[in-house]
Design a protein around this ligand. Sequence first.
Ligand code: CU
Length: 718
Amino acid sequence: MNFKRLAAISACGAILAALTDPAAADAFVEPPVFASANGVLDLLMIAKARPIPALSLTPPGGGAPVHPTGWIYEICQRAKAIGNQCPADSSTVAEYGGVRLALQKGDVLKIRLVNQLPKLDPSKVTHAADPGEANLPLNLTNLHTHGLIVEARAPTLANPTFGDDVFVQVYNSANGTPIPQTTHQHGSIVKDYVDYQIAIPANHPSGAFWFHPHVHGLSLNQISSGMAGIISIGQAGDYAAGDAVASGFPGTQVRHLILKDMQVLAAGQIGFDNGPADVAEGEVLNQEDPDFCAQYPASASEQRQGSCPGLDGSDDGGNNYVGGRWFFTVSGQVFPTLRVTNPDGELWRLTNASGSVSYDLQLTDDWTQRPMVMQLVSVDGVSIDVPPATALGTVVQLGGGRFKLAECPQRLPVALRSAFICVSEFTMMPSSRVELWVTYRDPKLRPASSPTGASATLKTIGITTGPAGDSWPAIDLAKVQFAQAKPRALTNLGLSILGDALAANQTGGIFSAPVPYAKAAPLPLLCKPLASGHRRRIFFGLVDYNDSDSFGLGYEEVDEHGAVIPGTQVPVSAFDPSRNAVCLPLGPGQTPVHETWELVNLATENHNFHIHQTKFRLVQPSAASGSLLAPKLNPAIGAGVMEDNVPLPVASPNIQDVANSQNGYCTIEQWRGGQCSSTPVVVDIPFSQLGEFVYHCHILEHEDGGMMAKIQVVPSPY
Ligand SMILES: [Cu+2]
């Protein structure tokens, strides 16, 4: 009784909000698409500053709203460009929300990236005093194709373009000349523009990936200012079909939800790492502060539709953000409305393109206030392969503990390759992607026609990343209206998934087949295969536990009994691009090589491990060979879930020092001595792409702060 009354009030509230809040009427618009043709997508992308009309701040004294100036990509087809400029017509896109680059397997992605970013106020640049980082105020940039399994190719005389190489630095010469750095030089320095040529392997998985800048020290600034877009390879129909009709799920029913956030300041004075500095009305705080807003609304009357109000944190030693606003957009829109009208539902591709924010997402039914159930289709761009007999606990482990599983409707007596995996909540740390099939469901969770007025709210319910971590706010991100009246044509209970996670590991798949472009070459000095049975162990910690910003990674190699190999140990150290933390060759005949890595979190805050140019699988060293968690993947059993980023659970110290005097971080010695317990996350990583690349924490505050290391994969000598 009470329940129904509450529901009525809340539905009424929603209608009121729709009438009074013009943003609520905003129908969701798909990101603009640049699609390849005849095997090539050739673009000009100009990184530049631009006001964002969708975001506005009303000055406290009234007056015209102020739009923050973000950094965006102006993009056009290269064939239409005039030199390094895009034409001033509708074929040029320059949106904050991000575009989608639609590619097919076997395509070549060509991008000329031009840097026209503004020079930065050195007093507001955080890492410019770090080794080798004196040039950061010049706002150099570059590009990384996150999640793509492609070569990290450096230029040669024969081909002066770059592959997916994060070590190139593009300077805007209008901002001044970079000062040569004697230490930690990050790689090639180029002026004004750079040409990328990224070949997508013919056996690359279909799915959802993204691109963003990757300059060490400025990644957070540039991504939180808006610089990111998404990449799709192939079609959703390549791996997903309705369970009623065996034809691919239509691309017209796929939505691309790019999650970005931006902290917009009111005029005043803000404390930066280098001290206090004046900020203008509408200025963007591109070193994000998790304490910009209160984590939860102060009262039930505080509506957080796509934003939250700045908080006065000065009593706790923080900044006063009153008058400012923290925006959380979906593909560039503040609290858009998604109308789900097709009776067979929609496939949602979500990308966390925020710099440091973690989201804990739910789709909450507006009547019942309960999380709705959605079918999990892919994780980090690769469709899952979970055979029906898989235990649910195993599924959670495979997904890195990111999902809250929900009951699924009974599966039909048909031979679906992958079980229905249903989720009601999913955590997305920075860079994470997920694909979900969304449709209205009846109380038995079966897909059903939606009653008139059925709606839901896509929201992040707020998440704290451990005792020493950050508190990310609760925000309503989008309104969802269901109008699914007609009979379903493709689906009975869900989508049938033929996961690329499996295909990638089968004969001919990218993690199985010889690497076509790799040619035998002598091994460089200090580069050798990891001995059979050995594992690499990576520590996530602080270089100096007295300094909470001194993020770094440590390293050691262990044998099959867990004993550390003498001479391999590297203490927790900040990123040094001049030295390889890891170097390995491909296998004989230029075949992909699998390695087992142990990821040890020394912190009482979560980190988010990410590695370039590949995907990995969570494993359990003790799992039986018939399990999806077995250290060695058996394609006859299944491939489970392949990820490119995974949250690392927090350490639990049993000594007070860690919280009291070590900024919440254990030392390697304390972990080894048992004063700090932290169960390693163990992953099986296939290496199939050559080049110099990185692994790092994808919380960009941590990455920019040094929690990154370099790895090189070279050809096999035979
Ligand atoms: Cu981290």
